[in-house]
Design a protein around this ligand. Structure first.
Ligand code: SF4
Length: 333
């Protein structure tokens, strides 16, 4: 099975910027970006990010706000913060050289077993396995394993199956071949078994179970969340709010203040959006308001020149809302 899959991968793999010029740093950045984000969304962001921060030292030197801005639109901003924290650790503990042992890579902030395996196999050619959603689906079908992709015991079983299969030569190609097969041929719905390079080894294909494995997930309804946010503008400045680390959503990011957090009475509605963030269905209404000039601003609030607002509001939620938030005038009471 391995030679068949490797031959297919080397012929059919998609061209991606992080596959052209492989280094531990570039593999790491691409793998973190690709967590929960599509290749199409990541590609332009990755190229701009690498241009802005070409190596570990450049990333470690960058202010957090600059890293968050380069990350804008990818979501899950803790990934960007962890990247920068990890870059600082690599400079402090490893002299700026990317660590090459599994334990050292795993110890970096934001790096789990999957990412450590990907970096070591792809960039260092060390035979560590990777297991992501694609690999779980491919192995479930190849070996005819009945389990749910989000069941931790089933995922453990896949890791145990994956480890002895990783070849000592070209482990990175092997891991990427499995993921590529899952992404392009062994798709979640209607896999293209006729075009599959390993169909003759596949238990699900032999038994006609390819549409049944892995077993379907039990569906989880998103939690509804409603916010009323305020557009408070005065003298060409807009009042923004730094969300704390204790927030349920958009932790530690700048946003528009929610009603009730500043002394201001919500006025007319000037925008509304629906937005999804990690199992939350968010509905945000934007209302014009005027700040109470006499009231003391809380430390989380800050007046920002209107032209700079987009530098602060990096979440795509605000990008959806902002074009509609242009009141003709705003007053300060
Ligand atoms: Fe997936 Fe079909 Fe290939 Fe089996 S034969 S690995 S089900 S694409």
């Amino acid at each position: 099975m391995r030679p068949s899959l490797l031959r297919w991968y080397r012929r059919a793999r998609r061209d991606m910027p992080w596959r052209r010029d492989v280094s531990p740093y570039r593999t790491w950045v691409s793998e973190i970006m690709l967590q929960q984000t599509t290749v199409a969304a990541v590609t332009p962001k990755y190229e701009a990010f690498i241009a802005a921060f070409p190596d570990v030292r450049a990333l470690a030197r960058a202010p957090e706000d600059a890293v968050l801005k380069a990350w804008a639109g990818l979501g899950y901003y803790s990934r960007a913060r962890n990247l920068r924290r990890a870059a600082l650790e690599i400079v402090a503990r490893h002299g700026g050289a990317f660590p090459a042992t599994f334990d050292d890579v795993l110890a970096l902030p934001g790096v789990g077993r999957y990412t450590a395996g990907a970096i070591l196999s792809i960039a260092f050619q060390k035979p560590y396995p990777v297991v992501d959603g694609n690999v779980i689906r491919v192995f479930s079908r190849l070996f005819g394993l009945r389990g749910r992709a989000k069941d931790p015991a089933f995922v453990q079983e896949i890791w145990a199956r994956a480890a002895p299969l990783v070849p000592k030569s070209a482990p990175g190609d092997w891991n990427q071949a499995l993921m590529e097969l899952g992404a392009t041929v062994c798709a979640p719905e209607s896999p293209s078994c006729g075009a599959c390079p390993v169909s003759k080894y596949c238990v699900a294909f032999k038994k006609g179970l390819q549409d049944e494995l892995p077993l379907p997930e039990t569906r989880r309804e998103p939690t509804p969340v409603r916010w009323t946010c305020l557009w408070i503008e005065d003298g060409g400045k807009v009042l923004l709010w730094k969300r704390s680390g204790a927030e349920r959503l958009l932790k530690n990011l700048w946003g528009l203040p929610e009603a009730g957090r500043v002394a201001a009475v919500p006025g007319k509605t000037i925008g509304a959006v629906a937005h999804s963030i990690t199992h939350h269905a968010l509905t945000v209404e934007l209302r014009e308001a005027a700040a109470d000039a006499a009231a003391k601003l809380p430390p989380e609030a800050k007046w920002v020149p209107r032209a700079k607002v987009r530098d602060y509001l990096v979440s795509s939620l605000w990008l959806k809302l902002l074009p509609r938030s242009r009141p003709d005038s705003a007053r300060r009471a």
